[in-house]
Design a protein around this ligand. Structure first.
Ligand code: URA
Length: 198
């Protein structure tokens, strides 16, 4: 049986040997093993790599406050990513200064961690996988977009597990309107209800 140490080692080897595109470090998942609830995000950002944990930056703070709002805390759930390296873009300015920004992971960067994420899911053995945003949704299910499926519990035949798709917490930053906020908050209530029945 694969251990978390094996998974950590695999992530390290993959991340250190990946030279196709610029990346800014890597992290592993965080939280108890086994665990009934596994959240899967997209990829780490700067703060996550600095602290060595997923969802501890700005999106992470939003995530944690909603998690707490339904009576859960980080020590009760596991959280991981679809891509374990921080995907970055490096730009050289005219003044000679370089700027580094996050970018979404490329398909090959999601695919290079396919086996690792599958092994983490098997090891954690969750009753429900909560996908955060389109990247984990497309990697783990046949849904084409979060808009068509968020806020409901599905039984996924391939995974043989329940999946609950949610928007990524950073969607709140891009959709600054009351309507989206209500929809996002409702999804957390629906998640709380779904968790009572599994
Ligand atoms: N966003 C993600 O998708 N994952 C993280 O770990 C942090 C922010």
């Amino acid at each position: 049986m694969t251990t978390f140490e094996d998974i950590k080692q695999k992530i390290k080897v993959i991340a250190e040997n990946y030279k196709d595109e610029p990346t800014g470090g890597y992290i592993t998942g965080d939280g108890p093993i086994p665990c009934d609830i596994l959240f899967v995000g997209e990829a780490p950002g700067k703060t996550e790599v600095e602290e060595g944990k997923p969802f501890v930056g700005m999106a992470g703070k939003t995530f944690e406050s909603y998690l707490n709002s339904i009576g859960l805390s980080r020590d009760k759930i596991r959280i991981t990513n679809t891509c374990f390296v921080r995907p970055i873009t490096i730009k050289e300015g005219k003044n000679g200064r370089t700027s580094i920004s996050n970018r979404p992971p490329k398909t090959k960067e999601v695919e290079m961690f396919r086996e690792v994420l599958d092994e983490e899911i098997a090891l954690v053995n969750p009753k429900v996988i909560v996908t955060l945003g389109n990247v984990p949704l497309k990697r783990l299910t046949n849904f084409k977009s979060i808009g068509e499926c968020h806020g409901s519990l599905y039984f996924n035949q391939e995974l043989k597990r329940h999946v609950f798709p949610m928007y990524h917490p950073s969607a709140l930053t891009y959709n600054r309107n009351e309507e989206f906020l209500k929809l996002y908050e409702k999804d957390w209530e629906l998640l709380a209800d779904a968790l009572k029945n599994i």
